[in-house]
Write a protein that binds this ligand. Sequence first.
Ligand SMILES: NC(=O)CC[C@H](N)C(=O)O
Length: 232
Amino acid sequence: MKFAVVTFPGSNCDQDCYHVAHEVLGESTDMLWHDDTADLSEYDCIILPGGFSYGDYLRTGAIARFSPMMESVIEYAENGGLVIGICNGFQILLEAGLLPGAMKINNSLKFACKYIDLEVINAETPFTNQCSEGEVLNVPVAHGEGNYHIDEAGLQKLIDNDQIVIKYSNENPNGSVADIAGICNQKKNVFGLMPHPERCSESILGNGSEDGYKIFSSIVEYVIKRGEKNGR
Ligand SMILES: NC(=O)CC[C@H](N)C(=O)O
């Protein structure tokens, strides 16, 4: 399969995502630059990485959302392409309107940087099929603006459509509504999460968790199965 990672000015997890996709998973992976547009149809999954795009000015993701490459990503997502936005990538997906809701500054007004337990709520998405429902994953968070907000009607929609993919388990590090750590769109092809699975996808890092690998291997598994179904 083929991944692409988009780099924005201020991205700081793009190389980590590339490393996991290319080195750890062993999949073909391209780096794309925010200021280009591209026909993304050759890719099986686009990764919007974490970081501080445009210095987090205005609101996180609010400027990056207008990058030319995001026009291509929006078109790709609307055609059913897989998109995963990690941390700042999630913030960009919200600003781009590919996912519902908005991000506020953490309730603590402090940057939260720690390992945290997550509960898998929906294990039937392209991004979580290697997990089981209720499984707890230990994955680091690192953000100042991860306080996910959505109004009551919006939250009910997320619940009704099984769009809440992962929740904070023991501790909510930012005050997000309903302990939400990651959501997908209604069609389940766009996924945004605040925690960083690319930071815990291999044992050599020595941090005791490789749980992030399950998110990336879910994507590979989904693409393989989809290919088999389509006779590819
Ligand atoms: N690790 C990141 O992606 C940083 C997230 C973000 N820009 C924040 O601090 O909220």
